[in-house]
Design a protein around this ligand. Structure first.
Ligand code: GAP
Length: 454
């Protein structure tokens, strides 16, 4: 994986900003953390929520042909046997005999045809063996074989096993989809690159069921829809790569897979997979459960197992991509004429954790403060706002730039009519990226912002 020096430095700055400003912390940090697990702080939680809400809106609420579900994390073990996860959901693992590290064989560098330990550089490695990535647990009070199940390694299987129930209650006709957002768990051998490869993460998955002959076309359709989604959340197309998986590398049941990849500072890596999975999953569950998962087509009077196209995205990876895409540093001249570095997150207003900062010019002027507080009350039912009265106004702008707040409203002496009637009842709205300011009437603030953040 490319991890050049500027990339590593940029990533270091991003990780430090995430901690300093409360986006992402090590899980249970005061106890030394737990490798592969992360906690989202106040701003990270808002960012992630905005992403999931927008995905849900685009993929479910704005469509006639998709419904949602929310499945359980622990499910009957037979599901994982039927889906193939018990047998084959594994990565090849090797042990280094010198430093005792456990490593993923397929991620090791080779030197003169021999795999090398990425920790100590030794070539003294064991033969690769399959390591199943599912976390095992027991359900109920007895810890025996019959009580075993797994934390789900993907949300998709809950959709397949509820296909019949949802088909019946939603009364949808093919093609139609079932969407789900939720946690998934994988006991990754080498969690790395901050939240990119974690052991606990969230997925946003759609299983879009169709007639067999519609599969190839729908694969292309969903690829385009998903690319549009990324552009709508502010990830520009030039940071994305579409990787068509060669047929010989696709899963045996797949008739085509695209990976949508993002240019992270640590290399170009997968954000989402869009896969045409044929009728594999439903067929497997029909066989194993003995329950029909067929669809009855009223027009042709035929019964068949639908095929499925699956766009499967990672919440945490996309959140990290939003942060990496938005992170920027620029040289600016401050109010006293000194050059300084402005750090900012150029989030799309839709994704920004805080949509608007509200600032009274001075905190010891009762009228300025009261007016600013009134504006907060006006905006708060519609968006996340942040009230800040402490420090020089330039500092307050910088603090919001650094967490990606796209707009700042400042209440000054013009607003309260102390400089004459001309600008009374108006405020300045400052735009984060251009730093340009415009005066608008107090009544215009809400529609102006709502239009931008929707
Ligand atoms: N149902 C198909 C499926 O789960 P996948 O490619 O294994 O396919 C889909 O996972 C997405 O889930 C990935 O593109 C990635 O965004 C996210 N994901 C998978 N493993 C992850 C991990 N260890 N940490 C963070 N995100 C992960």
């Amino acid at each position: 994986m490319a991890h050049d020096k500027p990339g590593a430095e940029r990533m270091e700055k991003i990780v430090s900003l995430c901690k300093r400003r409360g986006f992402i912390f090590q899980s249970g940090e005061i106890y030394g953390g737990l490798n592969g697990f992360w906690d989202y702080g106040p701003l990270g939680t808002e960012l992630k929520r905005n992403l999931k809400d927008f995905w849900w809106r685009r993929m479910v609420q704005e469509r006639d042909d998709v419904v949602g579900m929310d499945g359980s994390i622990l499910m009957n073990r037979q599901i994982w046997a039927a889906s193939g996860h018990e047998e084959t959901f594994s990565d090849p693992m090797v042990d280094c005999r010198i430093c005792k590290s456990r490593l993923r064989a397929d991620q090791l560098q080779e030197k003169e045809g021999r795999k090398q330990c990425s920790v100590c550089g030794s070539f003294d490695l064991t033969e690769p063996r399959a390591f199943n990535l599912m976390f095992k647990t027991y359900v109920g009070a007895t810890e025996d074989e019959s009580a075993i199940t797994y934390l789900r390694p993907e949300t998709a299987q809950a959709i397949f096993v509820q296909f019949k129930n949802i088909l019946e209650v939603s009364r949808k006709k093919l093609p139609f989809g079932i969407a789900q957002v939720g946690k998934a768990f994988r006991n990754e051998i080498n969690p790395r690159n901050f939240t990119f490869r974690s052991r606990e993460f969230e997925q946003m998955e759609l299983e879009y069921f169709c007639r067999p002959e519609q599969g190839p076309e729908l694969l292309e359709y969903w690829l385009e829809e998903r690319l549009k989604f990324y552009s709508d959340i502010g990830i520009s197309r030039d940071l994305l790569h579409v990787h068509k998986i060669p047929p010989e590398e696709c899963a045996h049941y797949s008739k085509g897979t695209y990976d949508i990849e993002f240019a992270f500072p640590f290399g170009i890596q997968e954000l989402e997979g869009v896969a045409y999975r044929t009728d594999y999953d439903l067929t497997q569950h029909q066989k194993a459960s003995g329950k029909s998962l067929e669809y009855f087509d009223e027009e042709s009077k035929q019964r068949f197992i639908p095929h499925v196209v699956e766009p499967s995205a990672g919440v945490d990876r996309t959140t990290l991509a939003l942060i990496c895409a938005g992170f920027d540093e620029e040289r600016v001249i401050d109010e006293s004429g000194k050059a300084e570095t402005r750090t900012l997150l150029r989030f799309h207003p839709r994704m920004a954790p805080i949509k608007c900062g509200v600032f009274p010019l001075l905190k010891n002027n009762v009228r300025l403060v009261r007016q600013a507080r009134d504006i907060v009350d006006l905006l708060r039912p519609h968006m996340m706002v942040f009230y800040d009265e402490s420090g020089a106004i330039g500092r307050r702008y910088r603090r919001q730039d650094e967490v990606g707040t796209p707009f700042g409203v400042t209440v000054d002496f013009d607003t309260i009519g102390e400089n004459g009637p001309a600008n009374e009842g108006t405020v300045t709205i400052r735009e984060r990226d251009s730093m340009k300011q415009q005066r608008v009437g107090i009544g215009e603030i809400k529609p102006f912002l709502i239009e931008k953040i929707h």
